[in-house]
Design a protein around this ligand. Structure first.
Ligand code: SF4
Ligand code: SF4
Length: 441
């Protein structure tokens, strides 16, 4: 397989035209991917619109700027994500109605995006298609991909690169592999359909003396948890590996009676298989991956909080290859110095060159990458091309089509804000200013 091209712009911004939103558009135009689209193409713009009270997801303006570009090219974009399994008791995106409310609260709606915002797997998460992986999957033979994403002509992945409790990290593959799967697709990629279940350490649960026991019973969508006076009983047959109870037990009870997230060695490869299934719904060249490696937090945007970043913002990495772009982000993150007052400091992973998330998560975070290579989706052999900043007047005019002060001139002539005021009466001049000249309008 030839080297994969990664287009890159860094995260620093010191002058006009260095906004991450503008850089995103510049990279997409520079890459030439838009030449693979034709007017009228329906483009699924897949992003994570954030859980309630999470503040780490991609800012809406980043997505909107790219939607505008797709519309300029004559395409029909829609911004999209899918329902969750759940993943924790308070997740607010398990039904389309709730997901859209959360998206709206977080700044994603038809008005802000300039295009429809669609929950790709429908009301309950059952609107999907079954993709046969044709023997290419390491673990998955078939996968459920959300219908709106599967039916679109093209797929633009806009991923927030960061850590993830179960997947190790989240980037391009997780954005389309987990985020492109329908609800039952998520059950499948967690291994539930193949027979995997969480590990239950019954002896750790104190039973109803745990202050969270009622929530624990309530949080299982299968009704499969019963807390007794001294422990719990689980209906393992019906468990769909949704993480709701596990997240409660680890994060709130602080017990870990239900599996910790470091015990999921196959999940990364299943995510890679699911990402491949999503890609298989598209003609070659009709998928593109942009990873925004900013706000690189240790856990994902599905939680209702956002920790401080473990390394500084790196920039935008984009590629036709989801494996290469994820691997490049991991490598760049590891090469960077860790930040104090973050989990990088807590876990003594500050030195440049340390495998930050491996140390923080206590496991190898790269099974998604290995899986993506094994199933033939991509390569870890990449080359980075830095996209030059274009500071031309023509580029400024693209983002700032008018000099707004021009409009004020005739209005000021009629109705100046300082008209008729004794301006000198409003305060004393700064020390050292001799002969102050007060505006007279
Ligand atoms: S028992 Fe299984 S289905 Fe029920 S909440 Fe826990 S992980 Fe989800
Ligand atoms: S949260 Fe954990 S410790 Fe508390 S009742 Fe549930 S399983 Fe037991």
């Amino acid at each position: 397989m030839a080297k994969a091209k990664i287009w890159f712009m860094d995260a620093r911004a010191r002058r006009f035209l260095e906004s991450m939103a503008i850089k995103g558009r510049e990279i997409l135009e520079y890459s030439g991917w838009l030449d693979n689209l034709k007017p009228g193409d329906i483009v699924a713009v897949k992003t994570h619109m954030g859980e309630a009270y999470n503040v780490g997801y991609l800012r809406p303006v980043i997505v909107r700027t790219l939607v505008d570009l797709l519309k300029e090219k004559g395409c029909k974009p829609f911004v999209t994500d899918t329902t969750t399994m759940p993943y924790h008791p308070w997740i607010s995106r398990t039904l389309a109605i709730d997901h859209l409310e959360t998206a709206n609260m977080n700044g994603f709606n038809h008005g802000t995006m300039g295009c429809p915002v669609i929950i790709a797997d429908g009301w309950l998460g059952t609107d999907d298609v079954v993709v046969d992986l044709e023997g290419r999957g390491t673990y998955l033979e078939k996968q459920f991909i959300s219908r709106a994403i599967a039916d679109a002509d093209a797929l633009l992945s806009l991923a927030h690169f960061k850590g993830h409790p179960a997947g190790g990290y989240g980037g391009a593959m997780k954005n389309i592999g987990v985020g492109g799967a329908s609800k039952r697709g998520k059950m499948n990629l967690h291994g539930a359909l193949a027979g995997d279940k969480p590990v239950f350490n019954l002896e750790l649960c104190p039973g109803r003396s745990c202050e969270w026991w009622e929530t624990c019973e309530a949080c299982c969508p299968e009704g499969g948890i019963k807390i007794t006076d001294s422990g719990f009983e689980i209906d393992e047959e019906n468990c769909v590996y949704c993480f709701s109870c596990a997240n409660l037990c680890v994060n709130m009870a602080g017990v870990g009676a239900i599996q910790r997230f470091d015990h999921l060695p196959a999940l990364g490869r299943r995510i890679a298989d699911s990402a491949l299934a999503a890609m298989m719904t598209k003609e070659p060249g009709k998928t593109f991956f942009m990873n925004f490696a900013i706000d690189i937090t240790p856990v994902c945007d599905c939680y209702g909080w956002t920790d401080t970043p473990i390394v500084n913002g790196l920039g935008i990495l984009a590629s036709l290859d989801p494996v290469a772009v994820d691997k490049a982000c991991i490598d760049m993150m590891n090469a960077a110095p860790g930040l104090t007052n973050s989990e990088a400091e807590d876990f003594e992973a500050l030195a440049p060159g340390t495998k930050k998330l491996n140390i923080i998560k206590g496991k190898d975070i790269e099974p998604q990458v290995y899986g993506g290579v094994e199933n033939g989706m991509g390569t870890t052999d990449y080359e980075i091309e830095e996209v030059p900043l274009n500071r031309s007047q023509q580029t400024i005019a693209k983002y700032y089509p008018e000099i707004r002060a021009r409009k004020l001139k005739p209005m000021y002539a009629e109705n100046h804000p300082l008209a008729g005021l004794d301006t000198a009466s409003f305060g004393k001049p700064t020390e050292g200013v001799e002969n102050p000249r007060h505006p007279k309008k």
